[in-house]
Design a protein around this ligand. Sequence first.
Ligand code: BMP
Length: 243
Amino acid sequence: MGYYLEPRVPLKLWRFAEDRRSRLILALDFPDRSSTGGRSRSILDGCFRLLDSLKEYIVGVKIGFPLLFSIGVDGVKELVEDFKKELYLLSDFKIGDIPEVARYAIKSLEDTGFDGATVHLFQGGLRRTVGDSINLFGVLMMSHPEAVLFEKNFKELIYEASEARVDGVVIGATKKEYIQDVRKKLPQKTILCPGIVTQGAEPSQALRYGGDFEIVGRAITASTDPVISTRKLLEVERSVLQT
Ligand code: BMP
């Protein structure tokens, strides 16, 4: 198995970004369950409908534990299979384990068809875990206020991100000064920023400070009109990208 040796640009993500003039990744944690009675098949059908209605505006979709436990592994595989050609598929399980187990998890996500995976940087040993083709994104600074250990260890985490061959990093959009700092220190890495609207960061704020992509969940999934909400976010992003 030819594990890759150097960080790479997540090309598929950037290609969609250019084609669609969008930097939006949907966090599909809590799709609308109100009309589904909580049945996993109905929730999955709702995900298909939502992604079909949004796929021309977003570049990717992020899937983590909330959706996995709503629709199961087979449901996730169906979504990945169906949208692989049209969306960047980012798994978000923030892997943190001994290298043998982390490597197994990353390989399994790659085999499922995911294009990217989030990993913790604290664990060490990431050089032994990278897969053949999947992009890795190291969690460098989390968006919630209690993420103080990330702040205390920020310099070390930046160093680990540069050494560990991750292709990108995750930095909360709510922590704009950290985005600015990392943009300078890790100019080659793709920066993903969650925390828009519901957690307090303004739309496009992360892009203005040097972030590359904005991850948005509930501001879209809990909206009464997800398409309109997505288009509004995109409009603001485009106005920033043009300047
Ligand atoms: P929302 O827009 O609904 O707040 O969702 C944000 C998404 O980004 C969630 O899926 C969450 O797990 C993820 N996320 C985050 O909010 N902050 C981080 O620091 C890292 C994350 O992955």
